[in-house]
Design a binder for this molecule. Sequence first.
Ligand code: BDP
Length: 719
Amino acid sequence: MKYLLILFLSISVASSARANDGYGLWLDYSPVENSQLKQDVSQLFTGFYFFGKSPTYEIIRDELEVAGQKMLGSSPVFSTERLAQTQVWLGTRDELSQVLGLQTQAQIRELGEDGYWRGPIVFQGKTYYAIIGNRSIGVLYGVFDWLRSIQTDTFDPKTENSESPKVKLRMLNHWDNLDGTVERGYAGFSIWNWHKLPGYIDRRYIDYARANASLGINAVSLTNVNANARILTTDFMKKARVLADLFRPYGIRVFLTARFSAPIEIGGLKTADPLDPGVIDFWKKKTDEMYSFIPDFGGYLVKANSEGQPGPHEYGRDHAQGANVLADALAPHGGVVIWRAFVYSHELDEDRHKHANLEFGPLDGKFRENLIIQVKNGAIDFMPREPFHPLFGAMPKTNLGMEFQITQEYLGQATQLVYLAPMWEEVFGSKTYRPIPASRVGGIVDGTDSGQKLTLVAGVSNIGTDRNWTGHMMAQSNWYAFGRLAWNPDLSSEEIADEWVKMTFGQDPKAFAAIKEMLLESREAAVNYMMPLGLHHIMGWDHHYGPGPWVTGGRPDWTAPYYHQADSLGIGFDRTASGSDALGQYAPEIVKAWSDPTQIPEKYLLWFHHLPWDFELHSGRTLWDEIGLHYDTGVKTARKMEETWNSLESEIDPERFEHVRQLLAIQVQEAEWWRNACLLYFQTFAKRPFPAEIEQPTGDLEDYKKRSFPTAPGIKPKW
Ligand code: BDP
């Protein structure tokens, strides 16, 4: 017995030494194995010299310390003079101006506020490796990029690299409530501890800022868009100030959500009418007060007249009249209003798909310059696949920003591995044909095609108090990918997967290839086993967990049959001219191609067409058979992902291996559940046998319908 105990203890000590709980994210720096690279980098780590002083340079020092220890097994040497012992020069263009040629200076100037240049510089016969920005934050971005190149084995000390972000505001939106819960959060509670602020600083705040800065994320909105006006009270400003002060040297500006009725709720006014002088004065004074606490406050993020949130419509005013009042209050301070386009009301049109364009389209050109309309990637709601939102390209005189959802509300929450970058890449790559024929969504958002100066890519955060930050540790890849794509919407999902896997799991070739493949196939798998061929909004009621194509009750546009419209004849939502004509909101090129069910990309087929069950697809199969095949393929891919992972047991540390292994087993069960429940349900309309080549769905439809999930996380707060 005694021996057994000793054996047990020694096993647990041995494995905890290797344990990795995922807290370190992609910044855990594995030892450099390539010997040439190790030699080059070790040499550089013998002498860093900063040309100036800044709190951001202190952050760089700390990062180099961690990276040096972990990658090379030794601390970096910081030198106090710029020549003799020095290998690496760090600083801003101004700070280095005496040692830089005019041409290099001009080249760096071009890179703007956040850009950086890194490469060799010869000075008085000696070569230094320099990392230079126009501001200290650019230097930090350059250092992170350099460390990434070492971790991904692409660093070459002889090559110059320079980059600047394509998008101005690269932003996380937290849907965190003041009581610590997170709407649609699947990774525990909010990381903001409002109760202990401003006195207590949780180490997580700093680690969070560091992770964001490593990706170039430079703005965060701390609170839920379903806002609580209290966040704008003096008490909360004092708390938010602590976070803003911490984030500043990481280049991150704080935004808060503004509840439109705040003038009534915390201002003691009788109205929130945006044209009322008292209300205008409230927003001005509130905003001035905010800047007295946070001099670089980013601005307000607003959800108005959407899903019960108050807004200008209560007073007969439109979105521009409402939004501009806030914009005017912020303008003298350099702040920005981010006004969401996620609106739908019963009155406007039967098809929810059309509402945002109907409400916002006529207001084009009426919004202030320091205001940006934040548009979800699709017109319904973050479905596993949506055609791009028709507002992109339809408001040429208005700043339009992108809103993605990183938290996986409709994509498996925290029990499924779904790498979202392929979806975001698909959206950015979609051709809009407007405002210019070659336009793509990415070009509108980053200003290339639209010409807009104020640009924004926002993502609804998937971060919480779970030790690994994101609930499912593989969902860290989505935080990572979001940041990288916000910096450069033209990056491919594959390049990003490449980086993330190497930085998170090291370079073991077998593990690298296997994990990368799993990531890249995961999103299509999820579309297949959840909502293939353009099906959408058929998930469980309220918590949105699991299938619910039978969900009815309440508002029609919150039910599933409203979207799938299955009947004895066929399935799908007719959004062509013969139906709701939501398709008519797109450019004529798209209308022409997508109106024809034989020409529209099949991935959007049932989004825009109601078709007979026997409609023939490109494969020669009937629609009914093809639906069955997609569901089944999704399940098979999920199983393959599970098998792949399980073959990596000896390559991955036990803690992460086991974490992902268990979740993949759940994912397979959930994929089967989706397939079985949806196919059994749709069969009640189609009245046809399942195609012979698929695994026949099992279970009882009535049992599937009865399942309930009172403990499902992330549900809306009930205030
Ligand atoms: C939906 C969510 C809901 C959010 C809403 C929004 O289900 O919780 O409040 O979007 O974006 O996806 O405002």
